[in-house]
Design a protein. Sequence first.
Length: 290
Amino acid sequence: MAITSSTGAVLDCAGLLLDLRYPRVMGVLNVTPDSFSDGGQLFDGSRVQLSALCQRAEEMVNTGAAVLDIGGESTRPGAAPVSEAEEADRVLPALEQLRQRFDVVLSLDTSTPLVMTEGARLGAGLINDVRALSRPGALAAAADSGLPVCLMHMQGSPQNMQQSPTYTDVVANIKAFFEGRIAACEAVGIPRQRLLLDPGFGFGKTLEHNLLLLRRLGEFQSFDLPILAGLSRKSMIGAITGRPTDNRLTGSVSLAVMAAERGARLLRVHDVAETADALAMVRALEEVVQ
Ligand code: 8Y7
């Protein structure tokens, strides 16, 4: 199902091919009232505003997004948990609308088995789980969906992850975590070639952990699986530049380039057009001959 090469792969995302042999953009579409950098923008009172959502999606598709990542549960530090039904009510109508309008891979940013199962039925192409299929029933739901899955590393939970993140060696510890989750996936019938790996910048990591992870990102290429990186507008940029979330574009694009140079093949970002241009330059350098 997947054509692999040394640098990337072509993933079958429910019939749409996602070519990860060069770095691609995943645009963030939050359908939450409370996400940390763009919370509430697609919300009208308590409901998802589908027309605003489609407008944002169209802009992202037209400016270079290969994937749209739809999320209905905020995972910012300390965020309140949301019920399965509430999450499904936010995400599934959004997915349905987007599926009708756009021929782009639609990713579900979810840890919830119900959302995986129903989302796959409605045409989702990818599962992006910040909990790496650890919720009860998630492995089975993901296996049944037949979809590719991004396994992200998080230490702790969104409620407590930033309290005192601790590693003996951040890269070695996260590699060991990936080994375990890959084995768990294979045990339920999710083939290894259907997986992407993400070290989870900001999820139970200090600034130093995040910087080390980025510097050493290339070491995760040893798995020979596509690497996803989410750095866009994150607090590590605020910590270095002193900028608030709405003024982190330069920092975000810079980090996307650094990640792509170290092998990341899917960059999860808020600023699609700017990142797509930057990644086009990375690609040109990768592909030039002689
Ligand atoms: C990431 C993510 C978020 C990330 C993957 C934010 C849902 C926080 N970050 N998924 N999700 N990787 N795979 O800052 O880094 O956007 S939410």
